[in-house]
Design a protein around this ligand. Structure first.
Ligand SMILES: C[S@@+](CC[C@H](N)C(=O)[O-])C[C@H]1O[C@@H](n2cnc3c(N)ncnc32)[C@H](O)[C@@H]1O
Length: 298
C-alpha cells in the first residue's frame, strides 16, 4: 500500500494502520531505538526516499496549471521548486512544457534528481541545485513556484520563514505565484491525533516499509514531532532507519502574517480535492492539508 498523506499531518487523514496512536504529549525524552538525528537521514538516502514516496502527481500538476492560468496575469514559463527532494515535479513539469529549477538542502537528493533528469533527457528543461530554503534566492526571476507536502514545516522559526518568503519574493517576478502545500495546526490540538501511516513500496529488487508517526505536539514552541521508521531490503541487504523529524506547527495567522510581511498576498486556498476554501473561513488543520496560492507584490 502506498501512503497518500505522508507528511500531511491532519485530522482528516484517511490512512490507517494497526499500530498504536501517538499520544499528544509523549515524553520528548523517551528513547527511541536506533538513535535520533537532527538532520533527517531519510533525505540523505534519495534512492529509498524516491521509492517510498513515489506518487503520480498528474492531478497536482493539472491543479497548478489551472492556478497559473487563473491567478497570473501572464503566461507562466519558468517554475521554481524549493525542497525539491528526489525531483518528482522536476521530471513532471517539463512534460507540460514548463522549465523548472528545484533546490534542496540535501546534496544527495540534488545529485539523484539531476541524474533522473539526465536519464530522461530533460537537461534543457529542468535542473536541481543545492540550497537552504532559509536563505536561497535567485537573480534570474521565475514566474511561479511550488512547494509540496509540508516541506515548509522544516523551517521551524518565524525568522526563517520570513527570510524564506522574502527570498522567494525576490526570486519571483511581480505578480508571480507561490503555491504552498501545507497542513496548518489544528484549532483543537486533540484533533492532531491520528493513526500512524504505515506503507510498503517496492521497485525492482528493493522493498521499503515505512512508518510516519506524529507523536507529540508542543503548542508553546509550535512544533510537531514525528517518529519515522524505514526498513529497506535491497538485493538481499537489509537495514533499518529510525529518526525524529521536527516540523513547525504552522498556525494560519503566523503563515499569513509572514507571507504578507514579505510582499505576498493570499489569493486563494484549496483543499486536497482542489476545492476552494473561502478566504474568510477559519483556516485550521481540521481542513486537512491545503494549497495556499500566494501572489507576489500585487
Ligand atoms: C518531504 S520532502 C519533499 C520532497 C519533494 N518536494 C517531494 O514532493 O517529494 C522534504 C524535502 O525538504 C528538504 N529540506 C528540508 N529542509 C530544507 C531546507 N532548509 N532547505 C531546503 N530543503 C530542505 C529535504 O532534504 C527533503 O528533500
Amino acid at each position: 500500500m502506498m501512503a497518500k498523506n505522508f507528511f500531511k499531518s491532519s485530522s482528516s487523514s484517511s490512512q490507517s494502520s494497526p499500530r498504536s496512536e501517538g499520544s499528544l504529549n509523549d515524553d520528548p525524552d523517551t528513547p527511541l531505538t536506533g538513535g535520533l538525528s537532527e538532520e533527517p537521514k531519510l533525505y540523505r538516502l534519495p534512492k529509498y526516499y524516491d521509492i517510498a514516496f513515489s506518487r503520480d502527481v498528474s492531478r497536482e500538476i493539472d491543479f497548478y496549471i489551472k492556478c497559473f492560468k487563473r491567478y497570473c496575469g501572464f503566461e507562466v514559463k519558468r517554475i521554481l521548486e524549493p525542497a525539491c527532494g528526489s525531483g518528482v515535479f522536476l521530471l513532471a513539469f517539463p512534460r507540460y512544457g514548463y522549465q523548472v529549477v528545484g533546490y534542496d538542502i540535501s546534496p544527495e537528493m540534488v545529485e539523484y534528481a539531476n541524474e533522473k533528469i539526465r536519464r530522461a533527457g530533460l537537461q534543457s528543461m529542468a535542473k536541481a541545485v543545492v540550497g537552504d530554503m532559509a536563505n536561497m534566492k535567485f537573480s534570474e526571476k521565475f514566474d511561479a513556484a511550488i512547494i509540496a507536502i509540508n516541506s515548509l514545516g522544516y523551517l521551524q522559526t518565524d525568522d526563517k520563514l520570513l527570510s524564506h518568503f522574502k527570498c522567494m519574493s525576490e526570486s519571483l517576478v511581480d505578480g508571480g505565484l507561490y503555491i504552498v502545500e501545507l497542513s496548518c495546526a489544528c484549532q483543537n490540538i486533540e484533533n492532531e491525533r491520528r493513526p500512524d501511516e504505515t506503507w510498503v513500496a517496492e521497485e525492482g529488487s528493493v522493498k521499503v516499509e515505512a512508518t510516519w508517526r506524529p507523536y507529540r505536539y508542543d503548542t508553546t514552541k509550535k512544533l510537531r514531532y514525528v517518529n519515522f521508521k524505514m526498513k529497506v531490503q535491497d538485493s538481499g541487504r537489509v537495514f533499518e532507519l529510525e529518526e525524529e523529524h521536527v516540523l513547525r506547527l504552522w498556525y494560519y495567522d503566523d503563515l499569513k502574517k509572514l507571507a504578507e510581511e514579505s510582499g505576498f498576498s493570499i489569493k486563494a486556498i484549496y483543499t486536497q480535492e482542489f476545492q476552494p476554501v473561502p478566504l474568510d473561513s477559519k483556516i485550521t488543520g481540521e481542513l486537512g492539508a491545503l494549497y495556499f496560492v500566494l501572489a507576489n507584490k500585487v
